[in-house]
Design a protein around this ligand. Sequence first.
Ligand code: FES
Length: 179
Amino acid sequence: MLDQDRLTEEKEIAEDIRVGLIHYGKAREDLIPILQMIQEKHAYLPPFAIQLVAGHLDLSPSEVYGVATFYNQFRFHPPGRNPIKVCLGTACHVRGGDIIMENFERKLEIKEGETSPDLEFSLDRVACVGCCALAPVALVKDTLHGHMAPSKVEGLILQIDMAREKREKEKKDSDHADE
Ligand code: FES
């Protein structure tokens, strides 16, 4: 996404949060419901959201951030176009789920909970997704990939990259055709 697009989007999110805050009280116990409302609508808590919430509740941003980081339901980066979730429930953990996570981190050059700078990938852990027989398991968007291995990590990323390149090429070709 272009910087300008991102700025515009952030401005819209900030405005939406300002409007949303009007419906909430200013007591400390309003903090979690407010953070949940923002995350539900925008899928993450941007830094400026922390500032806005702090201003609304008359708390310091570090207090708000401290509470938000205490609960792992909140994310602080926008989800990528290809959100990757690695299951680290017991069965997956026992079968090397953490090695799969490390492999994704290394290949994507982001850490768990982060999003790549081009917003193409985000990486998160999830608890058991109910397919323990296929452990270790990862999800790309909503597609489940079982019996994950380091070589499969590489293959999945390659597939996504190739699909993206194809999409971009098709878009370029159709733009040329329109000229
Ligand atoms: S622990 Fe991963 S699917 Fe159950």
